[in-house]
Design a protein around this ligand. Sequence first.
Ligand code: PFF
Length: 521
Amino acid sequence: MSALKKNALKKREGWNSRLGVILAVAGSAVGLGNFLRFPSQAVGNGGGAFMIPYFLAFIFLGIPLMWIEWTVGRYAGRFGHGTAPGAFHRLWQNRWIKYIGIIGIFGPLVIYVYYTYIESWLLAYAFFSATKSYFGLTTAGALGGFLQNYQGLTPGSTLWAAYVFFLLTFLANIYVLRRGVSGGIEKLARLGMPLLLVVAVVLLARIFTLGAPDPAQPDWSIWNGLGFLWNPDFPRLLDASVWLAAAGQIFFSLSIGIGVILSYASYLKPKDDVVLSGLTSASVNEFFEVIFGGSLVIPAAFAFFGPLAITSVVKSGMFNLSFVTMPLIFQQIPLGSVFATLWFILLFVAGITSSVSVALPLISFLEDEFHCSKARAVRIFGWVAFVLCQPMIFFLGHGVLDEVDFWGGTFFLTVFGLIETVLFVWVFGLDKAWDEMHRGAHIGIPRIYRFIIKYITPTALLLIVGSWFWQQAVPVFLMRNIPVADRPYILAARLGMILVFAALAALVRIAWKHKKPGGGK
Ligand code: PFF
């Protein structure tokens, strides 16, 4: 190994402790997806019956991909790569595969761009709750108006408050990232995850002691609210979209299939365990999702609005649940401002431990492949992300955020997951893959997973991706479901994304040009 190469490898950072990396991965996974997306998905897709495809997706897609990504990341890190272009190229010495790996930088960047903006609303609402700014607005319409006003969507409203909170949130992310993997991300997770647990338990205790808050409606109780969420509607299982929704939720919630866990794992040492750590972080996510995600918003909304209104409340979307329904509820309970502030702090902390994770791939890429210093890599990332965030802020009303969420947060997750699985298990080879997973492992993976990882995971992923192309590709590409007035904005967003992808491709090309031929990198 040349001295230069050795230097490049030595310079990579690392995690401080095993617990730290597990918490950081769990921090990435536990996010808005757990507290808002999960309950809305469950209610909209068969209630308790949703848990069947959800659980199967966890066993056959979630856990395998968690292990695969931890292993591929740790393996790539050994060669000084922290992102998918280098990782994929290590798994398969094909000159094109590194370009496919760009999805593993592009997808997270796209998620970062809209996720941080939403995160900033949470910070703002924590502030509004503490100062009781929206207290006194006691109808869904009035609170919806308050939110739209804040987002600059109503005539005459200004965006300055939203912009200030966005800047604060953005800078907080940059601060953590600048402090590095162990000094920033790991520390944040060590602080944030226990805080999340405490706040979630406090909120849960508060909501479960509400009983039936309306004396005139003794049936509108928290327990019946739980029943509403978990009552299985089995015939819905015949609907393929319910299965797709379950798989999509597992992917988004676990942060798998997009290259983020891969980047985190690249900072492990070659013999650090990945099997138990991967399983633990996935389990922590499920605990937060099913226990807290499933017990806070929906039962509370049921208890206050009753069985008739709840369906329309849920249908109004996860943002309404968080920014309209919960504020309505908190205004009706003693110390409501305190609990509302806690609710938004919970979501904000869950959000920031996730958003720093989606920022890391591009930063690692600049450090690893261009040997940028941390300061420089974070600065470049910061400016690029800052510019890309602007359309989210200013064109929110035209569906731009939903559009990038679809590509970054849904579509590319399964596509990347499929490619990664096939590469690791079929191209790199199952036997080598199995050995690699077990290097330094604290537990063995049940042998049945050899079969699952080789056949079931890729087949299920292929079915998901294939059925999307079959059913939805044409209307999505032709923007059939998008109002005509918004189409220019959506088209611009798509063009923007293509440009970002092309720019990353150019960077990959430049980086690899400077690598020694035959070096295998
Ligand atoms: N898992 C996060 C959530 O549940 O909110 C969102 C997320 C983070 C998705 C990181 C993907 C990702 F790479």
